[in-house]
Design a protein around this ligand. Structure first.
Ligand code: ZN
Ligand code: FE
Length: 255
């Protein structure tokens, strides 16, 4: 049951994704930040939009929801917990629900932290997760609504997916994330390699996404908060991973 994936830029740093179930032709946009680039991506692929899979309520992820729903009659799938603040929801989903895109099924993972209602869409068969603004390559979303405990649990949930799962996320932040990461995890050879790979990709104007869960577990400081080296880097040797995670997130907030 092949799934085709087309990624494109939206604005300065948002990443748009169209996913297309080859068996049935059903096509979903992961989030709906801006109409024009999504229409251009549909034109380029020749796919017809049937679904909108929304990760969270922020404007850069839902601003084009209503116009796209009206234009295509697309089904809107969105978090149950955000039903009061996302317009036009057809299917409100929770942890463990399965959403079908034709013959490809997606499990809903609740990933609170960046926002309380945030969800990710995971297909075991297609080996891909769409993590929105929860897990970025070498970074994670800011804690606008949730606690460090909630975000750490959400990241741990994503880290438990198979290593070869492709990771798509809502933003191309990887280069600045990499420069932050090496300050706190300087001895990590996999991270140094990723930084040089990311520099090369960005200098050619290419995306650093998708990453994989395995690569993020080896390089992303926010997934590595249980490692002694990260605890030491924030002066919290011997402290619980969630405290190390919170300190890293604070440091990142300060730039
Ligand atoms: Zn967001
Ligand atoms: Fe965002």
């Amino acid at each position: 049951m092949p799934l085709s994936i087309h990624q494109f830029a939206i604005g300065s740093d948002n990443l748009g994704v169209l996913i297309h179930d080859e068996a049935t032709g059903r096509t979903a946009s992961i989030d709906a930040g801006e109409e024009a680039p999504i229409l251009a991506a549909l034109k380029e692929t020749g796919w017809i939009l049937t679904d909108l899979f929304i990760t969270h309520h922020h404007g850069d992820h839902i601003a084009a929801l209503q116009p796209l729903k009206e234009r295509f009659g697309a089904r809107v799938v969105a978090p149950f917990a955000d039903a009061h603040r996302i317009p036009g929801i057809d299917l409100a989903v929770r942890e463990g629900d399965i959403v079908d895109l034709g013959e490809t099924g997606f499990s809903i993972l609740e990933t609170p932290g960046h926002t309380i209602g945030h969800i990710a869409y995971y297909s075991e068969a297609a080996k891909v997760v769409f993590a929105g603004d929860t897990l970025f390559s070498l970074g994670c979303g800011r804690l606008f609504e949730g606690t460090p405990q909630q975000m750490w649990a959400s990241l741990a949930k994503l880290a438990r997916l198979p290593d070869d799962t492709l990771l798509y996320c809502g933003h191309e932040y990887t280069l600045s994330n990499a420069r932050f990461a090496v300050r706190f995890d300087a001895g990590n050879e996999a991270l140094k390699q990723r930084l040089s790979d990311v520099e090369a990709l960005r200098s050619k104007g290419e995306f650093t996404i998708p990453s994989t869960i395995g690569l993020e577990k080896a390089t992303n400081p926010f997934l590595r908060a249980a490692e002694p080296a990260l605890a030491q880097a924030v002066g919290l040797t011997g402290h619980p991973a969630v405290e190390v995670f919170a300190a890293l997130r604070e440091a990142k907030n300060k730039g």
